[in-house]
Design a protein around this ligand. Structure first.
Ligand SMILES: CSC[C@@H](O)[C@@H](O)C(=O)COP(=O)(O)O
Length: 381
């Protein structure tokens, strides 16, 4: 279905900027982000010099995606510590900035705990702040390592599920280096497939309303020379019907104890389509995204976002422009909109969950606890 021109690599220079970095004085202390609301047209850094600025960046999706939110939350707490602020309060502010991605609270609370332990050992404030920063850095490194392992396990799984080789993979939202300390989750599997000569096509759902697929995944796919095409979310059905999808690969914001998967809105319809068309639906997420404290999908808090994201097109996004500056209406003035940021895919629609500790079939959620226990990730109550 894809013609040759559309499939040839776009080839764009890699960005000079880090997705997220810690800045020391005199530039910092600060958490410096690649502002994802400006991509793909502009690569611009956003300097968050205090926790409220970072909370704003998280809410406006300048920084986003579950694993990166965890890393940002961790550095945010380190920032509060470096500024001599109330670290426990900063951790709660950051953890509450967005409700669905469990990694955000995980990262913030883990670094706050490192700070508290250092204080308990009667370290001075400066030493406790250093301990917090070291923990944030450890979290960042662990995520990069987890990403590489998930890519390996994920591609091995695809080889088992789809022995006939080069794969046509469909993905939703953005799950690459822009959400990770490494190369990402689901996208990292596609990238590895490409490097091994086993990717025929990456289908990129545009991901309404904020276009994380079209703006961000396509940007990453182009930079890495992947063969890809963007499609509207509503075109996925006809793509499956035409037999053009070999597997769906997505990430997750929270995986409940029963194996239910919360991910970007639009994931659940893809899972239903995949089931109908007998196509594997594979979730790729680190064990830090598994939340054994959430029993099932019904218990996941799904973030509801402003209806204006649906009724107005505003790009560059809200962090940089604001509705007044350059928004164009896509619905009549005053129209109300239903805008959940995530949906829940029940375990019976998920073929497998790939983590850095291994792969499980989530039909009963059995095995998730075991994988989490194997993980080197620190447990935070
Ligand atoms: C590894 S990324 C997995 C998810 O975080 C990703 O698919 C997603 O839904 C991100 O949503 P976003 O609202 O852009 O933060």
């Amino acid at each position: 279905m894809a013609d040759q021109d559309a499939r040839s690599p776009v080839g764009i220079e890699p960005p000079a900027l880090s997705v997220l970095r810690w800045a020391e004085p005199p530039e910092g202390p600060a958490v410096v982000l690649l502002d994802q609301t400006r991509l793909p047209s502009q690569e611009v850094e956003l300097v968050c010099a205090d926790v409220p600025a970072l909370v704003r960046a998280i809410r406006t999706l300048a920084v986003r995606g579950a694993p990166l939110l965890g890393i940002a939350g961790g550095y945010g707490v380190a920032l509060a510590a470096a500024r001599g602020e109330d670290v426990a309060r900063a951790a709660e502010l950051l953890a509450g900035a967005r409700p669905t991605a469990v990694n955000l609270g995980y990262g913030a609370r883990r670094v706050a705990e490192a700070y508290r332990c250092a204080e308990e050992k009667r370290a001075g404030r400066g030493q406790a702040a250093s301990a917090a920063l070291a923990e944030a850095r450890a979290l960042h490194r662990e995520d990069a390592a987890a990403s590489a392992r998930m890519a390996r396990y994920g591609l091995d799984l695809l080889a088992e599920l789809l022995p006939d080789g080069p794969h046509r993979l469909l993905t939703h939202c953005n799950t690459g280096a822009l959400v990770s300390g490494g190369e990402g989750t689901a996208f990292a599997v596609a990238l590895r497939a490409h490097r091994k000569g086993r990717l025929r096509q990456l289908w990129v759902d545009e991901t309404r309303p904020l276009l994380q697929g079209a703006r961000l995944t396509a940007y990453e796919a182009a930079r890495n020379g992947l063969p890809f095409q963007v499609l509207t979310d509503s075109a996925a059905g006809s793509l499956f019907a035409a037999g053009e999808v070999d597997a769906v690969l997505i990430g997750a914001d929270r995986i409940a104890a029963d194996g239910s998967v919360a991910n970007k809105v639009g994931s659940y319809p893809l899972a239903v389509l995949a089931k109908y068309h007998h196509v594997p639906f594979v979730v790729v997420a680190p064990t830090s995204t598994v939340d054994l404290g959430t029993p099932d999908g019904a218990a996941v808090v799904v973030e509801q976002r402003s209806g204006s994201e649906v009724t107005e097109f505003t790009f560059p996004g809200p962090a940089s422009a604001g509705a007044e500056a350059g928004a164009s209406a896509s619905a009549p003035v005053g129209a109300q909109a239903y805008n959940p940021a995530f949906d829940i895919t029940p375990p019976e629609l998920v073929t497998a969950i790939v983590t850095e500790e291994g792969v499980i079939s989530p039909v009963t959620g059995v095995g998730l606890a075991e994988l989490c226990a194997r993980s080197s990730q620190v447990t935070i109550s």
